[in-house]
Design a protein around this ligand. Structure first.
Ligand code: HEC
Length: 102
């Protein structure tokens, strides 16, 4: 039983770490900072949202909805074209990263 639990927890914790690190890199690679600023903390315009510290689930849902066009309010059209190159797993990694930025 002990062995079983160990085998299960190691890959899970490894995945969580890899995910957060990728999210940070992806945030820059996908040019998110050009609008939302470094670490999602310093948007370039007052109308653009800060992203850090929000719930990961909320962030992921907003990204999915903006990409699909389901969320089509305010200035979301400025972000939509940027999302074409961002997969759902990339979004999840970025959401995990941003949720943990204080
Ligand atoms: C061209 C500028 C631009 C780029 C690049 C951009 N965004 Fe956005 N993003 C916006 C704007 C503007 C909004 C607010 C839309 C609105 O007014 O409703 C937004 C909204 C969001 C939201 C919803 C925030 C909330 O509080 O509801 C998330 C999450 C987000 N962006 C993540 C990202 C990520 C991750 C990237 C990189 C893959 C990215 N954005 C790239 C402009 C941009």
């Amino acid at each position: 039983m002990k062995k079983y639990i160990l085998a299960l927890t190691i890959p899970l914790s490894f995945m969580a770490t890899a995910n957060a690190a990728d999210g940070k890199a992806l945030y820059t690679q996908k040019l998110c900072q050009t609008c939302h600023g470094a670490e999602g903390k310093a948007p370039i315009a007052p109308m653009y949202p800060k992203l850090n510290g929000q719930s990961a689930t909320y962030l992921l849902n907003q990204m999915k909805d903006i990409k699909s066009g389901k969320r089509n309010n305010g200035l979301s059209m400025t972000m939509k074209p940027m999302m074409a190159a961002v997969s759902e797993s990339d979004m999840a990694a970025i959401a995990d990263y941003l949720a943990n930025v204080k």
